[in-house]
Design a binder for this molecule. Structure first.
Ligand code: 13P
Length: 283
């Protein structure tokens, strides 16, 4: 299976009334866990890496290209349809570096409308897609940072920028653990009526599972998940003993490899979410 354009994955999801998960990886173990989960579920998937919580100096010094090489190889050998997203780049320049290096989709965080429109124009030349967010999600319990997406502004923003996917702020919260977010389904519905572009929900960790079908019925074709995956990976790591042969414990990719134990725990969570989003058997 080759790399698939993000709009194709999201268009199929909208027509089929399911959503595709973007399960954020941070290294080759976590990336393989996502690919294996999607293959096991025979589900389309969005692979990729996020920039927001990663040291910007590392990204600047070649990290973006390292991510692209890892992700591109994984997407191209995956036995399910996969898009490759550079998520939440802190600048248009970083997003463009990602597209140059092999990502077929990019999202830029906190950019102006003009900058997003510029990124869309450049992405078209690469045959790549762009996602952007209008409004802002709160992070964790910092509700003061929330700025909800306004339906009419969303319509104007999509028309001005030409983005392929619009991330919305409808009560969803980034990096929140221990409770679920309070989602404004009426706002989501109004946004869906105002724009025909597929919608994305960031903050998948705290999105209430029981509202997933309602969100999909209101235009959500993509869920982003991060924190729950790292939490599962860490639980796997904590369960693995650190005594023994260092070569077996680290990097062997065998059953003693503590990173593989973490990845296996994470893979289970990705599979559960793929089923929750209705994407099993769609790949
Ligand atoms: P969570 O970490 O809250 O799941 O959000 C991840 C995300 O939205 C990445 O873009």
């Amino acid at each position: 299976m080759t790399l698939v354009p993000l709009p194709e994955l999201l268009g199929d999801a909208a027509r089929g009334a399911y959503a595709v998960g973007y399960f954020e990886a941070w290294d080759s173990y976590s990336l393989d866990a996502v690919v294996e989960a999607a293959e096991e579920e025979r589900a389309p998937v969005i692979l990729g890496f996020g920039c927001l919580l990663v040291d910007q100096g590392w990204l600047e010094a070649g990290g973006i290209e390292t991510f692209a090489a890892l992700g591109r190889a994984a997407a191209e050998r995956a036995r399910v349809p996969a898009a490759l997203l550079l998520n939440e780049a802190r600048s248009v320049e970083h997003a463009l570096r990602g597209l140059d290096a092999g990502f077929n989709a990019a999202m830029v965080h906190g950019a102006s409308t003009e900058d997003v429109a510029r990124l869309v124009a450049e992405a078209r030349a690469h045959g790549a897609a762009v996602e952007a967010e209008l409004g802002e999600l709160p992070t964790g319990d910092d509700a003061a940072r929330a700025s909800l997406t306004h339906p009419e502004e969303a319509a104007a923003y999509v028309a001005e920028t030409g983005v392929d996917c619009l991330a919305v702020s409808v009560g969803n919260v980034h990096v929140l653990e221990g409770r679920t977010a309070e989602i404004d389904l009426d706002r989501l519905e109004a946004i869906h009526r105002a724009v025909s572009t597929p919608l994305a929900i960031h903050g998948g960790t705290s999105f209430p599972a029981k509202l997933v079908p309602d969100a999909i019925a209101r235009g959500v074709a993509k869920f982003n998940v991060g924190t729950a995956l790292k939490r599962a990976f860490l639980a796997g790591l904590a369960s693995a003993g650190l005594e023994g042969d260092p070569h077996g414990l680290l990097g062997s990719r065998g059953s003693a490899d503590v990173l593989s134990v973490g990845a296996k725990r994470m893979r289970g969570v990705v599979q559960e979410l793929i089923r929750l989003y209705g994407a099993s058997g769609r790949g």
